[in-house]
Every structure is written in structure tokens, then in C-alpha cells.
Design a protein around this ligand. Structure first.
Ligand code: PLP
Length: 381
């Protein structure tokens, strides 16, 4: 029986063997000189990838944990926040705010359609007292990337603190936090940052710290960014995070972010974009439909609609058995209606997506669809 499948779900992703090998390094202390050097290395790398000179904190947990910590740290119960929902992860931000007693103004768009600056202007005109805007950049449920730069600019023009969930986008989609006026960035280790899961990442700029300064108690302990910053500053030379860190995951993240910087961010963004186009054009070449509006398609993943032409579960099983790759089914209302294919990090390569496209074409022909041989490679130059 096969024990390894090329992981082409939209995260976690295939991880470079050198990165992965750190998961079996001997354990080390999560404090002291050696650890401080590793911590500082990870933080310095992340600052470059995120494009910020602000604070970067790493927390133990997944992307949701990091989002939770951000909402807990930013708002007093009863504060008003704007949350943009055009997919499952936007909806999560709404739920998260509500769970913290934040009065949440939700604006909705159909899945696959991006928000525009005007959506934000209208929401602010119609709702007073908003303190922040929470925006998903890469929406993993639909395969779009909201135009975060434009949205951040709009929200900022009304004085809102801007928080971007870049969990599915950072490392593949272009992103510059400070330059684009974004106050908080949330990410996680396991997607286009190409490391194993387990670490959440939060970058914080001055305007966000100021808003947090008005946060009253109780506000938790390990879930309070102000407390985490205090440790990072006061214990910088010994124990910069108050808890025990999964040290191996941290060392792996240092290696993966080092590789990302060595490759070069601009080069990476172009590579992801090029592969995503081959993917989407190949999908259309087979007569299938991509969920995302084309001008907003995220370069890290593609959501392919079944439209009655294939069964997502059956296709997933076929590709696993015949091509040794694991893709994801649709999410939420699209579980039986679509598949989601991650092409980020090492999977943003011809070596990963060509076998996927060929496998899909073969599967469709087996289902009786009349597809010219090679139609799946319509996007290959
Ligand atoms: C955009 C986005 N936000 C949040 C999450 C939640 O992250 P995690 O599964 O690491 O908790 C995900 C996970 O896929 C995501 O893609």
C-alpha cells in the first residue's frame, strides 16, 4: 500500500526534505543562547516575507489560533468591527468576532467574487463607530485573493485598523504589509511558508498596538498579544516566548523561510502566478469551470467546479490511487460540488501540476466525456 501521496490539498503542502528533516532533530531547550538565535532568525525572516518593520510574534497553534488571539487582543466586548465574508474563512472571522462579544458588521459577497474598495466605503458610511476591518486575503474555500492593498487603503482612509488573514496567501501572492498600510497580518506555518503545521504568526504595526492599548481586562494571558510582546522584549536575550515552543517546528520554519528568501519574493510571486495560469487554462481546456472570478484568482490554489461532470469524491480517490496525489474536496456548500487543488510552495511547479491535469483529463475520459487528448495542457506554453 502506498504510504506517501503528493500533498496537493490547499495546505499543508509538500515540504522540502531538508525542512522536514528538522522535525527529527534532537530536542533542545526553548530558552537560552541557542534558542534566542533561532527565534531571532525566524522573526527576521518572517519580517522580510511579510514586508514589515513592525513586531512579529509566533504562537503555538494553527492559523485559527492566531486569528483568535488577534481578535481577543484587539477588541473590548461591545466594540464594533467590520468583517468581510465572501467565503468560509471570511465567515469564520465573523464567527470569531461574535464569539468575543464584538459587535460585528458583516458584509457579504457571493463565493468567488472579490470585494472592492467601494464595498468598504459603503459599509463605513452605513455603520458608525467601526474600529477595525478584518479581511481574508487568499480565500481557501473559493480560490480567490481579495485585493488586499486596495481594501486596506479604503479601510484606512476611514481610520480603521486593518487586519489581513494571509494564512493561505503569504509566500505565493504578492504582499507588503507596511507599504500597503496593513496594521496586522496573520499567517500560519503550513501553507506557502512551506513548513509543517503547528505555528501561527502575527505581525503587528503601531496603529494596532495603539488600539490594543485601549483594551481593558480581562484579556487572557497566552492569548494576549500585549503580554507576548512584553516577553519578547523583556526576555529577548533568554526566553522570548513565555511558553514551551515546539522547537523542531520552529527550526523547520527557519529553514523554509530561509529558502523562500533565497529564492526571492518577486521570483516566487511570478512562479506561483505562472503555474496558476497553466492550471486554470488547463482546467478550462477540459471544458471545466473555475469558481474564482478570473481577475481575482488566487495563485496558490484553484477550486474546480464539478457542474455534474465529475464526482469530487470519486475523482479524489482516483487521483490518489492512480497518480499518488491527494487533492481536497470542496468546502462547506461545495463539498459535493467542487475539488480544491493547492499549487503553492513546491507544488507551484510543472512537476506537480502536469500529472494532476493529465490525471484529471484521463479520469474525465473514463467517465465518457469526449475530451481531445492533451486538452488539459492548453495552458502550457
Ligand atoms: C484563509 C484561511 N484562514 C484561516 C484558516 C484556518 O487555519 P488553520 O487551519 O491553520 O487553523 C485557513 C485554513 O485553511 C485559511 O485558509
Amino acid at each position: 500500500m502506498r504510504r506517501h501521496y503528493r500533498l496537493m490539498i490547499p495546505g499543508p503542502v509538500e515540504v522540502d526534505p531538508e525542512v522536514l528533516s528538522h522535525m527529527s532533530d534532537p530536542l533542545m531547550a526553548h530558552y537560552g543562547d541557542e534558542w534566542v538565535e533561532i527565534w531571532n532568525g525566524v522573526i527576521a525572516n518572517l519580517k522580510q516575507v511579510i514586508g514589515t518593520t513592525g513586531d512579529v510574534l509566533v504562537v503555538v497553534g494553527s492559523g485559527n489560533t492566531a486569528n483568535d488571539i488577534v481578535v481577543n487582543s484587539l477588541f473590548n466586548p461591545g466594540d464594533r468591527a467590520l468583517a468581510l465574508n465572501n467565503g468560509l474563512f471570511g465567515q469564520r472571522l465573523v464567527e470569531l468576532c461574535q464569539a468575543h462579544g464584538v459587535e460585528t458588521v458583516e458584509i457579504e459577497k457571493p463565493w468567488g467574487v472579490p470585494f472592492t474598495a467601494e464595498d468598504i466605503h459603503r459599509a463605513v458610511r452605513e455603520n458608525t463607530g467601526l474600529k477595525a476591518a478584518l479581511i481574508v486575503h487568499g480565500e481557501t474555500s473559493t480560490g480567490i485573493a481579495n485585493p488586499i492593498q486596495e481594501l486596506a487603503q479604503a479601510a484606512r482612509s476611514h481610520g480603521l485598523v486593518v487586519m489581513a488573514d494571509t494564512i493561505a496567501s503569504l509566500g505565493g501572492e504578492p504582499y507588503r504589509m507596511d507599504e500597503w498600510g496593513i496594521d496586522m497580518t496573520v499567517c500560519a506555518s503550513q501553507k506557502a511558508l512551506e513548513a509543517p503545521p503547528g505555528l501561527g504568526i502575527v505581525a503587528v504595526g503601531e496603529r494596532a498596538w495603539t488600539l490594543m492599548g485601549a483594551r481593558r481586562k480581562p484579556r487572557g494571558w497566552m492569548t494576549d498579544l500585549q503580554l507576548l510582546r512584553k516577553y519578547a522584549q523583556e526576555q529577548a536575550n533568554f526566553h522570548p516566548h513565555p511558553g514551551t515552543m515546539p522547537v523542531n517546528a520552529f527550526v523547520a520554519l527557519r529553514k523554509s523561510t530561509q529558502f523562500i528568501l533565497e529564492e526571492g519574493l518577486e521570483y516566487r510571486w511570478v512562479r506561483h502566478n505562472r503555474i496558476a495560469r497553466v492550471m486554470r487554462n488547463g482546467v478550462r481546456g477540459m471544458g471545466l469551470r473555475v469558481l474564482a472570478q478570473e481577475d481575482a484568482a488566487c495563485v496558490n490554489l484553484t477550486v474546480i467546479m464539478a457542474d455534474g461532470k465529475f464526482d469530487p469524491g470519486d475523482l479524489q480517490a482516483y487521483l490518489k490511487a492512480q497518480y499518488g496525489m491527494h487533492i481536497a474536496r470542496g468546502i462547506g456548500p461545495y463539498f459535493d460540488k467542487a475539488v480544491r487543488v493547492g499549487h503553492m510552495g513546491p507544488n507551484a511547479s510543472m512537476e506537480a501540476i502536469v500529472p494532476f491535469l493529465v490525471g484529471m483529463e484521463q479520469y474525465l475520459r473514463k467517465q465518457g466525456h469526449d475530451i481531445p487528448r492533451g486538452a488539459c495542457l492548453a495552458g502550457v506554453e
